[in-house]
Design a protein around this ligand. Structure first.
Ligand code: FES
Length: 370
């Protein structure tokens, strides 16, 4: 046995291995002015032409400034353009989409140019190593990361740093601005989620009368006496809101005519008129319009995920992922025989949300006492 066979590597003599994405120990990762000369001699390092880098810096600053301006324009557009009618909603969508696209594009292009034309480039080599890195290797990574952060140019290039921060500030506000709609229409005294709980069916006309049910598309009010064919179905909206997309998104109904003997216990009879029943058209799964109706079985089918509701039995779920019935709207007729809403739905329409349970429990209790 020779002396060499007994030699054991001492920890303090060990040279850390190269780690992926890092230069060799002792070399600079991203060239600073001080390190540029030293980097000339490092194999694999490609330094940027200083003149080109200066030009690129101005272009990047311009991109970040464009991002800043476009993000401000997005916020102004969101507040300024009202939605509701198809035309107004289209204009708002165009303004929001184009300003946000320009903002994100400006940021992306700026960062790409920064990385490609300002930061120096390295050829890096990674040696395979065991799963867990040695303590010394981890120190090298941490040290390299800190040096990289210092040398990335974020500290050195003041113009880039300032314009990047300028661009990021309003862009970061964009998601917060979009949450503004959770503010209950900004009604004084309104509770959180009131906006989700109610539809316009609870409102009155200018003359203080209940809203009439009108045929979707034609706006024709419906006389109960004219809707007299059992098995018939109509898609219905509130009079005066035929073109208000926000209102229609929650208030659209399906109206079904039954023979009185067909109606089962799940349907609230005092909310029907002469065998005519009104249910929300908004599927309680994720909100598709559920309006495929099978006359023989009285099944309402939602085409999105096949939830099926029994229209004769309170629109209870008999198949599919929906978790609760389509809400029933209380209806009656006015003095002229036109169908009107007795009031709003007692439970929220559409997909479930976090406070729906409270509303439904309250409605069940109220229904049980009636
Ligand atoms: S939205 Fe109706 S079943 Fe999914």
């Amino acid at each position: 046995m020779t002396d060499n066979e007994h030699e054991i590597e001492q920890p303090d003599e060990r040279v850390p291995k190269r780690v992926i994405g890092t230069p060799a120990p002792g070399t600079s990762m991203l060239g600073t002015a001080e390190s540029a000369e030293a980097d000339q001699d490092v194999p694999g390092v490609t330094l940027q032409d200083p003149a080109k880098a200066r030009k690129a810096e101005k272009i990047v600053a311009l991109c970040f400034t464009i991002t800043f301006l476009a993000a401000i324009a997005f916020i102004i557009s969101y507040v300024y353009f009202q939605v509701g009618s198809p035309e107004a909603t289209g204009t708002s969508n165009l303004a929001l989409g184009s300003t946000l696209t320009i903002a994100i594009l400006g940021l992306a292009v700026g960062i790409v140019i920064w990385v490609r034309q300002i930061m120096p480039k390295y050829s890096l080599i990674q040696e395979r190593h065991t799963m867990a890195s040695e303590e010394a290797d981890r120190d090298v990574v941490a040290d390299t990361f800190l040096r990289g952060a210092n040398e990335s140019g974020f500290v050195k290039h003041k113009l880039l740093r300032r314009t990047l921060l300028l661009a990021a500030a309003p862009l970061g506000l964009v998601p917060l601005v979009l949450l503004r709609d959770l503010d209950n229409n900004r009604m004084p005294g309104a509770r959180f989620n009131d906006q989700l709980r109610h539809t316009v069916w609870g409102e009155k006309t200018k003359e203080g009368k209940p809203l009439r049910l009108v045929v979707e598309g034609t706006g024709q009010p419906i006389r109960a006496a004219d809707f007299n064919s059992p098995g018939g179905i109509l898609s219905v909206v509130p009079e005066g809101y035929e073109h208000d997309l926000n209102a229609l998104a929650k208030a659209t109904l399906i109206l079904i005519k039954f023979r009185p003997e067909e109606i089962k216990g799940g349907t609230r009879l005092n909310w029907t008129h002469d065998g005519i029943v009104a249910y929300s058209k908004i599927c309680t799964h994720v909100g598709c319009p559920a309006a495929l109706y099978e006359q023989n079985t009285h099944h309402i089918l939602c085409p999105c995920h096949q939830s099926t509701f029994d229209a004769a039995d309170g629109a209870k779920v008999i198949f599919g992922p929906a978790a609760r019935p389509l809400p029933q709207l209380p209806i009656s007729v006015d003095a002229e025989g036109f169908l009107i809403a007795q009031g709003d739905f007692e439970v929220p329409v559409g997909p479930s949300y976090w406070e729906r349970g409270d509303a439904e429990a309250a409605a069940r209790e109220k229904g049980g006492q009636a």
